[in-house]
Design a binder for this molecule. Structure first.
Ligand code: SF4
Length: 296
C-alpha cells in the first residue's frame, strides 16, 4: 500500500536557473523513490534507509499544478520544468496511477517546456504528450535561439556494469535498458541525453570507462552527456554517505582509504579530482562529437 499525501505546492520555482539542466522549475509527483539508489542525495532521515517503504503519492498534484501553471502562463513566466529533481517520475507505480502523465497533460495545456530525467522505459508511454510539448512549448526568451526543443528527455546512469548497478540502484532498470530507451526516444525525434551522474570514484571513472560510456552514449543516440561526480551527504544511519561507505566496506574494502582521502570531511571529491574529471570528459565528448551541455 502506497502512502497518499496532500501537498501545499507542487511547482517549485528555483531562485536561479540550473546551470546544467536549464530548469527554472521542478515538479516531483512522488516523495521518496522506488529505485532506492544508495547514493541518492535525497536520502536521510526524511525517507529512511528503504525509500520504497516511505514512498508517497502527491494526490493533489494535478489540481495544484493546474492552478500554479495557469497563473505562471498568464504572467508569461515560462521556464523549463524539471520532472523530476528528487524522485523518479516513471517508477513502476506510475504505470497504474498515471500521475506523471496527468501532470504532463497540464504542462502541455499551459505550454511550458519540460526536461524529463528518468531511469525507466515507462517514459515511452508518454511520448505522444511529450511530442506535443516539444512542438508547442514556449521557451524562455533567452533560450529560444539556442534550444529548439520544448521537451528534453535524459537518462541517468552511474555505471555500465550491470552487477554493480544492481547493488547501487536496486530498484532501477539495468543500465543498458536505459540506453535502449534513450535510443528509441532519439529515433522518435526527441532531443535526448545521458546524465552520467554520479561517476563513481575508482569504480566507473577510469579513462577507459569514461571513454566507453561516452562512446556508448553516442552510439545510443545521446545529443548531450553530463558527467558529474558523486556527492556523499550526512552522518545519520540512513544518509547517503553512511550507506555508501557500508557498500564499500562490504564489496570494495580496499577502496575505503582511497575514498577517505578523496573526500576527507567534505561531501564532494577534491577540487583537483573534479577538474580532472571535467577535463577528461570534455576531451572525450569532443572526440566522439557529443555535446557536454544542452546548449553548448
Ligand atoms: S532514481 Fe533518482 S531519485 Fe530515485 S533513488 Fe535513484 S537517484 Fe534518487
Amino acid at each position: 500500500m502506497v502512502n497518499k499525501i496532500q501537498v501545499k505546492s507542487i511547482l517549485n520555482k528555483h531562485k536561479k536557473r540550473d546551470d546544467w539542466f536549464l530548469d527554472d522549475y521542478s515538479v516531483n509527483p512522488y516523495s521518496g523513490c522506488f529505485f532506492n539508489c544508495i547514493y541518492c542525495y535525497t536520502r536521510g532521515s526524511k525517507y529512511g534507509e528503504n525509500m520504497t517503504k516511505t514512498l508517497s503519492v502527491k494526490v493533489n498534484a494535478p489540481e495544484l499544478l493546474e492552478k500554479q501553471l495557469s497563473r505562471g502562463a498568464k504572467k508569461g513566466e515560462y521556464g523549463i520544468i524539471a520532472l523530476s529533481s528528487s524522485t523518479e517520475p516513471y517508477m513502476p507505480i506510475e504505470k497504474k496511477l498515471k500521475l506523471t502523465r496527468r501532470l504532463l497533460e497540464i504542462i502541455l495545456k499551459y505550454r511550458f517546456p519540460v526536461e524529463v530525467a528518468t531511469k525507466s522505459r515507462l517514459v515511452l508511454r508518454d511520448l505522444d504528450i511529450l511530442r506535443e510539448i516539444d512542438k508547442n512549448a514556449v521557451l524562455p526568451a533567452d533560450l529560444r535561439e539556442k534550444l529548439k526543443h520544448g521537451a528534453i528527455i535524459s537518462f541517468s546512469i552511474s555505471t555500465l556494469d550491470k552487477k554493480l548497478a544492481k547493488i547501487l540502484e536496486p530498484g532501477a532498470p539495468e543500465p543498458m535498458e536505459r540506453l535502449e530507451t534513450m535510443k528509441k526516444c532519439k529515433e522518435e525525434g526527441f532531443f535526448t541525453g545521458l546524465n552520467f551522474i554520479p561517476v563513481l570514484p575508482f569504480l566507473s571513472d577510469s579513462e577507459e570507462m569514461l571513454e566507453k560510456t561516452i562512446r556508448t552514449a553516442k552510439e545510443y543516440g545521446a545529443d548531450f552527456i553530463f558527467v558529474g561526480g558523486l556527492t556523499l551527504f550526512g552522518k545519520g544511519t540512513t544518509d547517503s554517505k553512511t550507506l555508501y561507505y557500508k557498500f564499500l566496506e562490504r564489496h570494495y574494502p580496499e577502496l575505503v582509504p582511497k575514498y577517505k582521502s578523496l573526500y576527507r570531511i567534505f561531501w564532494a571529491p577534491s577540487k583537483e579530482y573534479q577538474k580532472e574529471l571535467e577535463e577528461k570528459s570534455k576531451r572525450l565528448c569532443e572526440k566522439y562529437g557529443i555535446k557536454s551541455g544542452i546548449v553548448l
